[in-house]
Design a protein. Structure first.
Length: 438
């Protein structure tokens, strides 16, 4: 997901997913039908520095769509902290938008409600065909072996961003490529009230993204081959402990980061308080914080050893935003036309260029505008060393319960309590017990 803010409340998310039905959603007033799709409602996720920025970015593009098609788009930009609950409520009530953005990690969970339009060959043909999209991005659009529940809109991956001034002041010439190097470098940087690495310890979604990648590096998937939770394997425990130990044992993350959930680590980075952050497409956020492009650098996320790749050298989850249509919308033709517009080569270049993301559309991705150093790292990572989060119906609950386990462990570390293998496993046992029975 983009801009990774706190995920929705676990209790609400679990209960709504358990009761969700194929109610669908869509516009019920103000005209609009297959015969005359005059109006569409669109829930966009908050991609820019704030909601008003998104409205300014999207407004002219939606006006362009209206001028070309005669279809007016009613836009609502929904904060990440509200988005999942809003979507789940819409699946149960039937009162929702025609088209919406979803975090790509939610695709299989929302697909299991039956409320989203399946993207079969016929529907893909209406937006130019499935083969227009990058394969890695399509891997996060729904459960394997089924028609996708959404189409890719913005693609991202993680990178290691480093503050050039702080590195220079510490006499460090290059960013770390392995986690051992991260700790060694981090100890040189973490002094005099400044810290090496930023974290969003209370952001459940961010926690999941980090420990999932470390889990891959330790040979853990968090789900078994049948899609059942497997949170307590040796690899999963090692991954969570390694991440929390950056604060608890290695002392390269500030204790106060345990409470961060709203991008405070990026503010610290911009203010020369934190030297490194693991983030997705951060350029526009740094700019909004007053940083010039030449004040920061970007490198691949570290691995345990060697160089980034697949299997145990994965260094990012496949991040991004997908676009979905509620199956029961009264404006199906207009909705498909809108998706076609938003995923067109032209709009992909405009929107992804503005937001600093990678186009999931092949033709747009090849545009020279996406060759700048930051995007090259993100694009190469997405193509060669990123893998999708588990595409299982219970993925959103996984984000909530394991993300909370990591949050609790960070809180313990910030309080000065010891974080042991046993305490990590106990939190993960508790998390697995909260998952729905299959």
């Amino acid at each position: 997901m983009r801009r990774i803010r706190a995920v929705a409340s676990g209790a609400v998310a679990v209960s709504l997913l358990a009761t969700a039905t194929a109610c669908g959603g869509g516009t019920s007033t103000d005209g609009g039908s297959n015969e005359s799709p005059k109006t569409l409602t669109y829930w966009a996720s908050n991609q820019g520095p704030n909601i008003e920025a998104d409205k300014k970015i999207l407004g002219p593009e939606l006006k362009k769509f209206e001028e070309r098609t005669g279809i007016k788009v009613k836009l609502e930009v929904v904060p990440w902290s509200d988005l999942l609950n809003r979507i789940l409520t819409a699946t149960t009530s039937g009162q929702g938008p025609d088209v919406l953005n979803i975090g790509n990690t939610w695709s299989a969970s929302l697909q299991s409600t039956g409320a989203l339009l399946p993207w079969d060959e016929k529907n893909f043909s209406k937006i130019g065909g499935k083969d227009r999209f990058v394969e890695a991005a399509l891997g996060s659009t729904g459960a394997s072996g089924t028609d996708p529940a959404a189409v890719p809109l913005y693609s991202m991956s993680y990178a290691l961003y480093y503050n050039k001034k702080m590195f220079a002041d510490a006499g460090i010439e290059k960013p770390p490529a392995t986690w051992d190097e991260m700790v060694a470098t981090g100890k040189k940087l973490s002094k005099d009230g400044k810290w090496a690495l930023g974290a969003e310890g209370s952001n459940l979604s961010n926690n999941i993204h980090q420990v999932f990648v470390l889990g891959q590096q330790h040979g853990a998937d968090f789900f078994d081959a049948e899609g059942k939770p497997d949170f307590t394997s040796d690899g999963a425990v090692a991954a969570v402990k390694q991440y929390v130990d950056f604060m608890a044992k290695d002392k390269i993350i500030a204790p106060g980061n345990a409470e961060y959930a709203q991008n405070q680590s990026l503010s610290d980075f911009a203010k020369d308080k934190t030297a490194m952050v693991l983030w997705q497409a951060a350029a526009s956020t740094f700019k909004s914080q007053g940083m010039n492009d030449d004040e920061w650098g970007v490198a691949p996320v570290p691995v345990q050893s060697g160089t980034p790749g697949l299997d145990k050298n994965v260094n990012s989850m496949v991040a991004g935003i997908n676009m979905a249509v509620f199956k029961n919308t009264k404006n199906i033709d207009g909705a498909l036309e809108f998706v076609k517009f938003m995923t067109s080569d032209e709009e992909q270049k405009i929107l992804c260029g503005t937001y600093g993301s990678i186009p999931p559309v092949k033709a747009a991705q090849g545009d020279p505008a996406f060759d700048r150093p930051e995007l090259k790292v993100l694009r190469d990572t997405l193509a060669t060393s990123a893998t999708a989060l588990p595409q299982v119906p219970n993925e959103s609950q996984f984000e909530t319960v394991v993300g909370t386990a990591v949050k609790n462990l960070f809180a313990a570390a910030a309080a000065g309590n010891s974080v042991t293998t046993e305490s990590v496993k106990a939190e993960l046992v508790k998390a697995q017990q909260q998952m729905p029975k299959q």
